[in-house]
Ligand binder design. Structure first.
Ligand code: SAM
Length: 259
């Protein structure tokens, strides 16, 4: 996809500031709905996520009542807050109600993949929300979690969605697994992803990595890390300062020498 889709929701009094910023980013096809929802197309460049982040911070400095979503490689038809096809029990202290931007971007990314009959690994499952979504799409799922409390909640939630085709394992990232997977989703953070990448070729010799959990300001180092482990970016998303990606390919175990 040669362009980036940008969606924004902002109070009407910031419209002229927003339009001016869009002009600086060479936005085109600018549309406004109901006075506060915007849609525009931006040219796709390596630094576009950082530009969108700048745009979001500029608006955020004026009002807390703003939301900015951008995506490249994933087509969205509406301002994207993914509806869940099941209900979940989420205790206080367990992550994964579905409202956090990183979870939402993982759900949108998983929705864009064909999961029927595939093996999905959900690393850091929290409430089990992404694993449950995979199950609802016909995937067979293994979910790992470091917290006993979260793992127990994920177990209960997955059990209420489906009785078979899943397992929840207490484990640091994927270190305890011997199986291979078609899709790996990891919504933990940049540090966890950096630790996971050298192990990815073992658990996912070929397939898709869906990852989120870091701020857009970390974009450059993450993009470089994905590339150095042989992964090709197929989409990225930005939501209110956070980023998510889908990368495909055959990851390599050793980071090639980079001068
Ligand atoms: C940001 S939450 C994501 C929860 C859920 N997957 C979602 O997308 O909403 C990250 C989860 O990863 C778990 N976690 C943190 N470090 C971990 C590790 N090293 N191995 C496995 N799970 C980990 C945390 O306990 C937490 O439940």
């Amino acid at each position: 996809m040669p362009f980036v889709q940008l969606w924004a929701s902002l109070p009407s009094e910031f419209g002229s500031l927003f339009r001016q910023s869009l002009g600086w980013l060479y936005a085109r096809n600018i549309q406004i709905f109901d006075g506060r929802y915007w849609h525009a197309l931006l040219p796709h460049r390596p630094e576009t996520p950082l530009q969108v982040h700048w745009l979001w911070e500029r608006l955020r400095g004026q009002s807390m009542d703003v939301a900015v979503y951008a995506s490249w490689g994933i087509q969205t038809q509406a301002f994207p807050f993914a509806p869940l096809p099941f209900s979940l029990q989420v205790d206080v202290g367990v992550f994964g109600t579905g409202r956090h931007p990183t979870t939402q971007m993982c759900l949108i990314a998983l929705q864009s993949l064909q999961l029927q009959g595939k093996w999905l690994l959900d690393i850091g499952t929290g409430s089990g929300i992404l694993a449950a979504f995979g199950l609802s799409q016909g995937a067979k799922v293994v979910a790992t979690e470091i917290s006993f409390r979260a793992a127990r909640q994920a177990f209960r939630n997955l059990n209420s969605v489906k009785k078979t085709d899943w397992a929840v394992i207490i484990c640091d990232l994927a270190s305890c697994l011997r199986k291979t997977f078609d899709v790996v989703v990891c919504n933990i953070g940049a540090e966890a992803l950096m630790r996971l990448l050298p192990d990815l070729s073992r658990i996912m010799p070929k397939g898709f990595l869906v990852a989120s959990g870091w701020m857009a300001s970390e974009w450059r180092s993450l993009r470089r890390a994905l590339r150095s482990f042989g992964l090709k970016l197929t989409s990225w998303q930005f939501l209110n300062g956070w980023m998510g990606i889908v990368a495909a390919g055959q990851p390599t175990a050793n980071r090639p020498f980079e001068p």
